[in-house]
Design a binder for this molecule. Structure first.
Ligand SMILES: C[S@@+](CC[C@H](N)C(=O)[O-])C[C@H]1O[C@@H](n2cnc3c(N)ncnc32)[C@H](O)[C@@H]1O
Length: 244
């Protein structure tokens, strides 16, 4: 594996991303270990999509990659030619470098804001993936970001989004209440303090869209087709595929 790391010259200023890493990463690791957010199944669906639908050599851009522990299993058996991960957190990127070590393709990790990284990307991307990070943007900012992704993607490329998603007709308060009920019932390995911390983050920061809005955003961003590939068993998270 050839790993290169690029850093923005200006200091990282997204206090929230750093705070998540410094104070909540151990909690997030528990979510991954026990698959409370169904990341593993979403990555299995991504793996199958890459193997059966893409089925050719491709370059992938992983936005807000975190520690890349899930995606590495999705791309390792595929025809990946190059992996580029972007995250604001240097400690997360250090873990990602370790987790991506089994890949034999070129690996590049960049410490940057994902919206800037897409807007300024000189490369044409075959596959763009974002997971559990886009929901912090307001709807107009999601659309602007998705337009930039559309502009950066190859004619036969694909954009995949795995994010918390409201049911159609469900408002944010109803979604958050449902999230809390499911969490209290299922996330039994979290301490009371960890659960409270996670819930505070979600209630403060998360801006999930409805299913219909995710499809509308894709159309308005210039994608010809959008398709739901996966819904988590809790019906809190969904995976959407957008194609030019
Ligand atoms: C919940 S984790 C998700 C990580 C990974 N995508 C996954 O599915 O496991 C959110 C990640 O997004 C990063 N992040 C948050 N805001 C960001 C931004 N504006 N630009 C780049 N990374 C960001 C955080 O540092 C963190 O690693």
């Amino acid at each position: 594996m050839a790993t290169t790391a690029a850093s923005q010259s200006k200091p990282v200023v997204d206090a929230e991303a750093l705070e998540i890493f410094q104070n909540q990463w151990d909690v997030y690791r528990k979510f991954l270990t026990h698959d409370y957010l169904s990341n593993a199944e979403a990555c299995r669906v991504l793996r199958d999509f890459l193997a059966h639908d893409v089925a050719r050599p491709f370059r992938i851009l992983d936005l807000a990659c975190g520690d890349a522990s899930g995606i590495v299993r999705a791309i390792e058996p595929s025809q990946v030619e190059a992996y580029r991960g972007v995250d604001l957190s240097a400690p997360a990127l250090a873990l990602a470098a370790r987790n991506l070590a089994p890949l034999t393709c070129a690996v590049e990790l960049a410490e940057a804001d994902f919206t800037t990284a897409v807007r300024t990307s000189a490369n044409v991307n075959d596959i763009v993936w974002i997971s559990l990070s886009l929901h912090h943007l307001e709807t107009p900012a999601k659309l602007a970001f998705m337009r930039d992704v559309r502009a950066s993607i190859a004619a036969d490329g694909a954009f995949l989004v795995y994010e918390p998603t409201r049911r159609d007709g469900e408002d944010r308060a109803q979604f958050l209440d449902r999230f809390e009920v499911i969490g209290r019932r299922d996330w039994t390995e979290l301490t009371d303090g960890e659960f409270a911390e996670a819930l505070k983050h979600v209630r403060t920061c998360d801006l999930p869209e409805t299913v219909a809005t995710w499809h509308d955003l894709g159309r308005e961003a210039g994608f010809a087709r959008s398709q739901e590939l996966y819904k988590s068993p809790t019906d809190l998270f969904r995976l959407f595929l957008y194609t030019p």
